[in-house]
Write a protein that binds this ligand. Structure first.
Ligand SMILES: NC(=O)c1ccc[n+]([C@@H]2O[C@H](COP(=O)([O-])OP(=O)(O)OC[C@H]3O[C@@H](n4cnc5c(N)ncnc54)[C@H](OP(=O)(O)O)[C@@H]3O)[C@@H](O)[C@H]2O)c1
Length: 318
């Protein structure tokens, strides 16, 4: 069956919680029944919340399979188990976060993060791309981040992993297009998921003895409260990100990049406005270290704007 005429098979990674879970359940419940969802997770013992969210669609338009993005064999086994190994749409979503002073993070932990966030994507693409090329159709959708465009204080390694994701996809997209395969980087700002809880939990337990006192203080007393404020002021729900991912997937001409949070767009626009990099650097520096009041006022306005946009159900245009 040609993908444009029938149901499209979507493989989603990291469906035990958060965005992956919400995207998988939403696509499976599509009123137009356009998708067959292969919702994957590395630990099937965590399937409960997804089963609950899937409801009646479970084992009809949604099946749950095991897939560890850090294991080539696991990815192969999952794809091999699908009829004709067919994946029309890959949603590479599995990812982990990491915040804190660099001196307190081990190289081993950084490598682990890259293994999931970057090489996890590379492994998946290596597995599905040849078949997509052969069929001359497919869509690779990648859960990136605004931190793949603009780095953020104490997110050095996480941001670097998303920059790697962006560079990889931007490069590959040209070749893929020659085979009629579309590529989309979905770039959320802060989203209220387990992700946030996990990174803050790690931050609370972090041994800061490896860094100097001033850095530790900046991390604890400036960055963490700042970051929590940003989450409460700008944070989106998984439903909001999911609706926009659905739009990207069903778009006739999907974009290479899609930022889900229009409140965050001015931040990333700074980067494009000044190729020397001074403008975003100075802005972030002043925002974090000099103008706490300005930041608080701005976040207050943004909070208000967010609720207006929500009430009016205004979403960014594709
Ligand atoms: N939340 C945000 O603020 C935010 C913002 C921008 C972008 N993102 C991106 O959105 C994606 C989803 O994050 P989320 O917010 O939904 O966080 P989440 O609730 O923590 O979900 C992350 C998912 O990735 C899975 N995962 C981790 N390592 C894996 C591996 N090796 N193989 C397969 N699955 C693995 C986790 O599974 P386990 O339960 O087994 O750990 C979990 O299902 C990530 O790529 C993240 O970088 C998040």
């Amino acid at each position: 069956m040609h993908s444009s005429m029938g149901t499209r098979r979507v493989l989603v990674t990291g469906c035990s919680s958060g965005i992956g879970l919400a995207v998988a359940a939403r696509l499976a419940k599509d009123e137009l029944r356009r998708f067959k969802v292969v919702a994957t997770m590395r630990d099937l013992k965590k399937r409960g919340p997804l089963e609950k969210a899937a409801g009646d669609s479970l084992n009809k338009t949604l099946e749950i399979k095991e897939l560890d993005a850090c294991c080539e064999a696991s990815i192969k086994e999952c794809v091999n188990s699908l009829p004709n190994r067919r994946v029309d749409i890959l949603v590479s979503n599995a990812g982990v976060g990491m915040i804190g002073p660099l001196e307190c993070q081990s190289i081993a932990a950084m490598k682990e993060l890259f293994d999931t966030n970057f090489f996890g994507l590379v492994r998946l693409v290596k597995e599905v791309l040849p078949d997509m090329k052969q069929r001359q159709s497919g869509h690779i959708v990648v859960m990136s981040s605004v931190m793949g465009i603009q780095g953020l204080l104490f997110n050095d390694v996480y941001s670097a992993s998303k920059f790697a994701v962006e560079g990889f996809c931007e490069s590959l997209a040209v070749q893929a297009l020659k085979f009629n395969i579309k590529t989309t980087l979905v770039e959320p700002g802060p989203v209220m998921t387990e992700f946030e809880r996990k990174v803050y939990e790690d931050a609370e337990m972090m041994d800061l003895s490896e860094t100097d006192e001033e850095t530790a203080k900046i991390f604890r007393e400036v960055y963490l409260p700042y970051s929590k404020k940003v989450f409460t002021s700008l944070g989106q729900t998984t439903e909001e990100v999911t609706e926009q991912t659905l739009k990207v997937i069903t778009a006739k001409d999907p974009p290479l990049r899609h930022q889900t949070n229009r409140l965050y767009t001015p931040v990333t626009a700074l980067k494009h406005a000044d190729p020397t990099g001074r403008l975003p650097l100075d802005t972030f520096y002043k925002m974090i270290f000099k103008h706490d009041n300005v930041l608080n006022a701005t976040l207050g306005v943004l909070r208000m704007l967010k609720s207006v946009l929500r009430t009016k159900k205004i979403q960014p245009k594709l």
